[in-house]
Design a protein around this ligand. Sequence first.
Ligand code: 6V0
Length: 333
Amino acid sequence: FRPVADSCPLTPTTTHRRLTKVSVIGAGNVGMAIAQTILTQNLADEIALLDANRDKLRGETLDLQHAAAFLPRVRIVSATDAAITKNSDLVVITAGARQVSGETRLDLLHRNVALYRKIVPAVAENSPEALLLVVSNPVDVLTYVAWRLSGFPASRVIGSGTNLDSSRFRFLIADHLQVNAQDIQAYMVGEHGDSSVAICSSISVGGMPALKSLRDNHQSFDEAALEGIRLAVVGSAYEVIGLKGYTSWAIGYSVASLATSLLRDQRRVHPVSVLAVGFHGISDGHEVFLSLPACLGRDGILGVAEMDLTEAEAAQLRRSAKTLWENCQLLGL
Ligand code: 6V0
C-alpha cells in the first residue's frame, strides 16, 4: 500500500493507541473455548496462548489463525514460556488437571497448587499491572493461591466463581417459566461447587421480585421446584462431564462476559470469587475467596454488593466460607 498524497506513511498501529492483550494459560478444552469466544467477540488485539504441551499448542494456534479471513484482525501468539504473556492486560488461568468423572473439585486441589506455583509468579513478573482471572478448579481456593503467589492487590485477582453457576441457575429458571434467561436476575454465591448457595429470596423476572409476584397472583410458592433447580445447578457440571468428558462452551461465554466487563470498564455486576473477609459475617482473619456479586471494571473488582440475605442463606454462605478456609489452611501459603 502507498500512502495518499500529503499524509504520513503507514505506521504500525502500536504507535497510535495502546493495544489490548489477553493471555490464556492452558490451551485445553476450557482455555480454547475462552480464547475463541474472546476472539469472536473482538475483545483483544492480541491473544497469547501458553501451554506445556508444545504440539497441541501449535495445532490449536494454527487452527485459530486459519480463521483469520472470517474474524476481526487479532494477533495470535503462543509459546511454552511465560515470556509470551508479557504486558498482558488480562491473564486467564485455565491450566490444570481436569476434573474427571466422579471427582469433586476439591479433590483436584493439591494437583493444581503445584502447577500454580510454577505459573503464577512467572505471569506476575511478566505483567505486573495485569488483571488475573482464575478459572482452574477448585476455583475459589486457586484464586486465593493466585492472590498469595502473585502479590497483586485483591482487587486485581478474580475467580470466575459462580458466574457460570448463576448462568445455569438463570437458564433453568427461564426454562421453567418459559422466558428469556437474560431477563432473569438470580445469583448463586459462595463456593463454585457442591456448597454453592442459591439466593432464592432475590430472584427477579423482568425486574419484578419472582416469589412475591407468584404469591400476589395467588400461585403457590413452588419451593420444591426451586430446590429442584438448585440441585440441578449443583449437579450440572458433573452431568456434562459424565456425558461429554469436560465442560467448555458455557465457561467460554461466562469468562468472555467477565473479560468484557473488565477490559471495557462496563461496571456490570457479576457473581465472582473475591476476597470475602468482612462480608455476611465471614470472620476477620479468614482470608477466603468466594463468590459474591461484584462490580467489575478496568481496575478489577470495584466493589462488592451488600446482599440482603435471609438468615438461612447467610448461614449457608458462612458454611461455604468455612469449607473453603479449611482447604486454604492445608496449603501452608
Ligand atoms: P484440559 O483440557 O486437560 O486442559 C488443561 C491444559 O493445561 C492442558 O492443555 C495442559 O497441557 C495444560 N497444562 C498443564 N500443566 C501446565 C503448565 N504447567 N503450564 C501450562 N499449561 C499446562 O482441561 P480443561 O480445559 O477441560 O479444564 C481446565 C481447568 O478448568 C480444570 O481445572 C477444570 O476443572 C476447570 N474448569 C473450571 C470451570 C469454572 O467454572 N471455573 C469450568 C470448567 C472447567
